[in-house]
Design a protein around this ligand. Structure first.
Ligand code: ADP
Length: 270
């Protein structure tokens, strides 16, 4: 994909994520009004591409969105939807495992909700929680989580080989921007529903989370399932980068309508 900005935000397979060297306030020299206008224009292209993906019915597209609290996962997904046909897209949010999930391997609940051929799937959090929060909070020993990078690479390789295009997005926000957004959630009664006291516990573990993100992204950015680290402090920058990524990915997939069905030739509807 020939987009310079997408090249900048891509973590080349084999490279380190380099989170500390990337800036969540990066704006690529864009200005807010034209960035918003470009986002709308770009997303208008998605509908036709998505229709072809559905008609072709041979490949799916999976967008994984993974980030700290208040980094804008929901807002990003909402922005993407300006261009998507809701009938062909499924959004899945992953909370702490419950019920049967707790007795199964960590990929079990993920696999069954991956997009089918012709569909687009968006994950709000994902199997990466099992090498992020699970690692940081010692929910399982190192001997267990450290093997999961390989399991994830193999799992994603399987999905890719069977026809799923995978794009992984880390929305990177600064600790200060998170402070402002969490404070807003506390102060504004219409935002309070988004706030959990546990968010503050996770915030205290910020350096540990950053190390876990650095390792997870470094270990699992592959040619078949690359990571993109999207600057998240400015919502209009984030939305434009993600719109570019969505459109560029669909254009690169270049889905096609199936060839005309010969058996329908000349058929008249009476
Ligand atoms: P949001 O994604 O909007 O923040 P919640 O506030 O309900 O939604 O947060 C979901 C919580 O579930 C997060 O704290 C996340 O770390 C946790 N979670 C998700 N997957 C797992 C997992 N596999 N193991 C443990 N916790 C998880």
């Amino acid at each position: 994909m020939a987009d310079d900005v997408l090249k900048k935000v891509l973590v080349e397979p084999g490279d380190k994520a380099g989170l500390a060297k990337r800036s969540p306030t990066e704006d690529f020299g864009w200005d807010k009004e034209s960035a918003k206008a470009e986002t709308i224009k770009l997303l208008a292209k998605v509908d036709a591409l998505q229709t072809r993906l559905a008609a072709e019915r041979s490949r799916g597209l999976l967008f994984v969105i993974q980030a700290m609290d208040a980094a804008g996962k929901d807002g990003t997904i909402r922005s993407m939807h300006a261009g998507l046909n809701p009938a062909g897209v499924h959004v899945h949010g992953f909370k702490a495992p419950a019920g049967r999930e707790t007795g199964m391997d960590f990929l079990w609940r993920i696999h069954e909700v991956c997009p089918a051929r012709g569909e687009i799937g968006i994950f709000n959090r994902s199997h990466y929680e099992d090498v992020l929060v699970v690692r940081v909070k010692n929910f399982v020993p190192r001997s267990v989580w450290s093997k999961r990078y390989e399991h994830i690479r193999n799992f994603e390789k399987l999905l890719a080989a069977e026809g799923t295009r995978i794009v992984k997005v880390h929305l990177q926000i600064s600790k200060e921007e998170q402070r402002l957004r969490l404070q807003d959630r506390i102060d504004d009664p219409t935002e309070q529903w988004k706030f959990r006291l546990g968010d503050l516990d996770d915030r205290k573990l910020w350096p540990q989370f950053m190390r876990a993100y650095e390792d997870a992204i470094t270990e699992t950015s592959t040619a078949y399932a690359p990571w993109y680290i999207v600057p998240g402090d400015r919502k209009w920058v984030r939305n434009l980068v993600v719109a570019r990524l969505l459109v560029a990915t669909l254009e690169d997939m270049n889905p096609q309508f199936p060839p005309p069905d010969e058996s329908l030739k000349g058929l008249q509807v009476v």
